[in-house]
Design a protein around this ligand. Structure first.
Ligand code: ADP
Length: 481
């Protein structure tokens, strides 16, 4: 099957969150299943710099009245997955992040930047493809590629079938309706059964409306976004399209996240011999300026610091846990107020709390391995990858029963449990569950069983990549045309 995976980030080229990890690992898993899968992503400065060998395969105008762009072809290092890089320096070659400038504001021309990406993806799936290859199936990811199904809807058949993947429905790409003109979206699509959402042009809604299938990153989240306010206003549309909505749990890249070989760690370990984990913990305590104490339960957090992730709840229950001997290592950035409050905590508990507010890939691996317990008290979590990394690294996670956390972590109270699960999104439940995890940590044989259950759990892409393939086939089947 000729599949185009259109995405706005891809590890290790450019990453702000889980989408980047999925964009690297799912196409590689599909390629291993024998599919002709190619990835389209914007030519950000970081991407152009990282890809040493690339060649121009097309120069063209996606929008008649706008500048020419180039399509470059390259291959992913390690996996060899073919890439199409959209080279439009006026949009993508900027210092700072893919969506935001340094002070944290969104780039004001994001509708054009990602409208262009969507337009070029749609061309690659239609007879106007600028290269000698045309996708049969388009896998779109989040609002940044939400206009692809709308553009394809305007193209003459035959064109690619579309799967719209929701990684987080809270991010919708809703913009002033004036942008529709610049993006060449005809007025005929601008209505409540089209791309209009409460008086705005909505990229995500366009995708949900016009895609052949809608998928999200866990079965529980697929239900949650149809039934409750977790749909962020899209629940009505999703309920109407419910027969085309499904959830497939993300997998992880087992080579990238492997405690036996991880190049970011100073010692290695596996489920036969966990002794290296104690060395990694010691190195982490030293690196972060924490008291070197093998017995102190070390709690880890690697996360965007936002309300979604429940990290305000954590702030409230930490003092009592820290006073009773726990340590905390936080790596994360995001909400300025959260950053400030976590930094204050680190000052107050010098030697017991470390807070690093930047993006740091090696440190994220070191915390995952060196911590004893991983904390992820998300209010909602479409899938979440860190809890899976935690389980694989023998660092059982404390999670709220929501979305992909509910689908991937089983409670320690059950046979084969891999973590500590709570329901109520409140301080008391979180505090009680962390306390329980710490008590369990102090009961070495019981804790070892939970660690091993997690380390042995299959969190790879093997099963889920197969499910995606079935979904692609279903969306291409005759009855859907
Ligand atoms: P989300 O995509 O909602 O941010 P996920 O758990 O799905 O959450 O994925 C987050 C990814 O980003 C993980 O790979 C995690 O390790 C990584 N990550 C988050 N914050 C940081 C950070 N400050 N430094 C390094 N990696 C981070």
């Amino acid at each position: 099957m000729r599949i185009l995976f259109a995405t706005s980030e891809m590890h290790p080229l450019i990453k702000t969150g889980g989408l980047a990890d999925v964009s690297a690992s799912l196409p590689a898993a599909l390629q291993a299943l024998g599919q002709d899968v190619r990835v389209l992503l914007p030519g950000y400065t970081q991407v152009l710099d990282a890809l040493k060998s690339k060649k121009v395969v097309a120069t063209f105008k996606p929008f008649e009245d706008q500048a020419e762009v180039r399509l470059l072809s390259a291959k992913m290092p390690v996996t060899g997955v073919p890439l199409y890089v959209l080279d439009a320096p006026h949009y993508y070659c900027r210092v700072a992040g893919p969506y935001q400038y340094h002070l944290g504001g969104d780039w004001p021309d994001n509708p054009m930047r990602f409208g262009l990406l969507s337009r070029v993806a749609a061309m690659l799936g239609s007879s106007s493809s600028p290269v000698n290859w045309q996708a049969e199936l388009m896998h779109c990811n989040d609002w940044q590629t939400g206009l692809v199904p709308a553009y394809l809807h305007l193209e003459q058949e035959p064109h690619a079938k579309t799967v719209m993947a929701i990684h987080n429905i809270a991010f919708q790409g809703n913009f002033d309706h004036e942008w529709a003109k610049h993006l060449h979206l005809p007025q005929s699509l601008y209505h409540m059964h089209g791309v209009e959402f409460h008086g705005h042009l909505s990229f995500l809604k366009a995708g949900l409306q016009y895609a052949d299938r809608i998928v999200t990153v866990s079965p529980t989240y697929a239900h949650e976004i149809q039934a409750t306010e977790m749909g962020y206003g899209m629940q009505g549309l999703l309920t109407v399209r419910s027969a085309q909505v499904s959830g497939i749990l993300n997998g992880i890249d087992e080579d990238e996240w492997n405690p036996a070989t991880d190049p970011h760690l100073s010692a290695h370990y596996d489920e036969q011999d966990l002794s290296g984990k104690a060395q990694v913990k010691q190195a982490l305590q030293q690196r972060l300026g924490l008291e070197v104490d093998a017995q102190a339960p070390l709690l880890g957090v690697v996360s965007r610091l936002t309300y979604q992730k429940g990290l305000d709840l954590l702030l409230e229950c930490l003092p009592i846990l820290l006073d009773s001997g726990a340590q905390l290592a936080v790596l994360g950035s995001g909400d300025a107020e959260f950053e400030r409050r976590y930094q204050l905590l680190a000052q107050r508990y010098a030697g017991r709390v470390s807070v690093t507010t930047r993006f740091d890939e090696p440190l994220s691996h070191q915390i995952m391995a060196g911590a004893d317990i991983f904390l992820m008290p998300s209010r909602f979590e479409p899938c979440g990858l860190n809890q899976m990394y935690g389980m694989r690294y023998g660092t059982p996670p404390v999670v709220r029963r929501t979305g992909g956390l509910a689908d991937s972590v089983t409670n320690a109270s059950l046979d084969g449990g891999t973590g500590f699960v709570f329901d109520d999104p409140g301080v008391a439940a979180l505090q009680q569950t962390i306390k329980w995890a710490i008590e369990c940590y102090r009961d070495a044989p019981a804790f070892r069983r939970i660690q091993l259950n997690g380390m042995k759990k299959d969190v790879s892409w093997r099963h889920s990549a197969q499910l995606y393939l079935e979904l692609y086939k279903a969306s291409m089947a005759k009855q859907d045309q």
